[in-house]
Design a protein around this ligand. Structure first.
Ligand code: FAD
Length: 363
């Protein structure tokens, strides 16, 4: 079995990840005994659109590439910060001498191209110090003014036009005229299911590839390396290593399906399906327009509830059967232990005749 279920960024409240990157599969592997490595290794990406409401389920990433030409800054003066926050000033109103290009100031050799963790920490440091520029604080500017002056708007449009368009759609601000606002967000998880060099977990036959495993990146990955890892794992490593495992399985006996665990899982799934279907029907029936529709929905709903009840009863029976099986096994085990530990019959016999004071009849 191969786990390729991505990272676990959504264990945090908001992240740039798809909603299914929630660690559910990795956690099930862990519960079955697979090791999990470095769960704290989470990459915080510096260029995300800041949180803009309390109804959001995820955050939008503005590409890393924007830092090639964009310059990151916050105002130097607190009065300008306040004016921007309350809408009295726009970013473009702030003069060059009053802007703090803090990455260029702190890291002159790398400037705006410092690694993700450094850029993220520096943005947080400025915002924690009170210089964040959106209404609620946490945001810094990513500004293309200098790049547009240097290269012209057409070059910038050719390089980043799609990203600028996306930003404008989400924020209603034109980044050709006003700088973007960005803030760091949870983006990638370097930790994951532990694997060896063959990408096998600590459970024989269970493999993990891509962001789901912990290999390759260490505590902080570089841009683009996630897709490289995905390709390497899927094309170059796994096809060669999994065969090694499977080659020893060629004579494996047929997998038994008449076990208590199999029955229990089947019954559990049946209940889950029936309950989900019943819930769906219930929702639909609330919207049914005619009396006939309602009657049909009611009938179907009742049938589904009955089937959920039947499945529940089946699960109970399976559980009972399983505990009986365990009890029978335990009895047998104790009986075998008794026999094993019992004195050999001949010695017992001899002791008996001796106790009775009679010579044993058969030598
Ligand atoms: C916005 C964004 C931009 C990125 N940009 C880049 C980039 O430019 N360069 C780069 O290298 N990397 C980038 N990354 C990272 C990269 O995209 C991911 O690391 C990579 O896609 C992971 O691939 P994967 O196949 O391991 O997992 P995923 O692509 O995450 O696929 C996992 C799949 O498993 C499914 N799944 C999860 N749990 C379960 C479950 N319990 N049961 C069944 N299915 C399940 C999910 O629905 C999903 O379809 C970016 C990530 C994001 C979020």
């Amino acid at each position: 079995m191969v786990i390729a279920s991505g990272g676990y960024g959504n264990v945090f409240f908001l992240s740039t990840n798809a909603m299914n990157s929630n660690g559910s599969a990795a956690f099930q592997c862990y519960r079955k005994g697979a090791y999990f490595a470095n769960p704290c290794f989470t990459q915080i990406h510096p260029t995300c659109i800041p949180v803009h409401g309390d109804q959001q389920s995820k955050l939008t990433l503005m590409s890393e590439s924007l830092r090639n030409d964009g310059r990151i800054w916050v105002p130097k003066k607190m009065e300008d910060v306040k004016a921007i926050r309350n809408g009295a000033k726009k970013a473009s109103d702030i003069e060059e001498k009053d802007r703090d290009y803090y990455l260029e100031r702190r890291y002159p050799a790398f400037g705006n191209l410092v690694p993700r963790d450094v850029a993220s920490r520096a943005a947080k440091e400025r915002c924690d110090a009170g210089f964040g520029v959106n209404e609620t604080g946490p945001a810094v500017f990513l500004d293309f003014k200098t790049a547009i002056e240097r290269l012209g708007v057409d070059v910038i449009r050719a390089r980043y036009g799609n990203l600028f368009q996306m930003y404008e759609k989400i924020t209603d601000v034109d980044p050709y005229k006003e700088p973007m606002m960005i803030y760091p967000a949870v983006h990638y998880t370097m930790g994951g299911i532990w694997v060896d060099y063959n990408l096998q977990t600590t459970i024989p036959g269970l493999y993990a590839i891509g962001e789901a495993n912990f290999s390759d990146h260490g505590a902080n990955r570089l841009g683009a390396s996630a897709l490289m890892q995905g390709l390497a794992d899927g094309y170059f490593v796994l096809p060669y290593t999994i065969g090694d495992y499977l080659s020893k399985k060629i004579q494996a006996p047929k997998v038994a399906t008449d076990t208590a665990a199999f029955d229990e899982e089947t019954a559990r799934l049946e209940i889950q399906c029936a309950e989900a279907a019943a819930k769906a029907q219930e929702i639909v029936s609330r919207n049914a327009r005619t009396a006939h529709d309602q009657a049909v929905f009611k009938r179907e709903y009742e049938a589904l509830v009955a089937s959920a009840d039947a499945a529940k009863a089946k699960l109970e029976a399976v559980r009972q059967e399983r505990s009986d099986r365990i009890a029978r096994k335990e009895k047998l085990r104790r009986f075998l232990a008794l026999i094993e530990n019992a004195e050999p019959l001949a010695a017992f016999d001899a002791k008996m005749w001796q106790t009775a004071g009679i010579e044993a009849p058969f030598g």
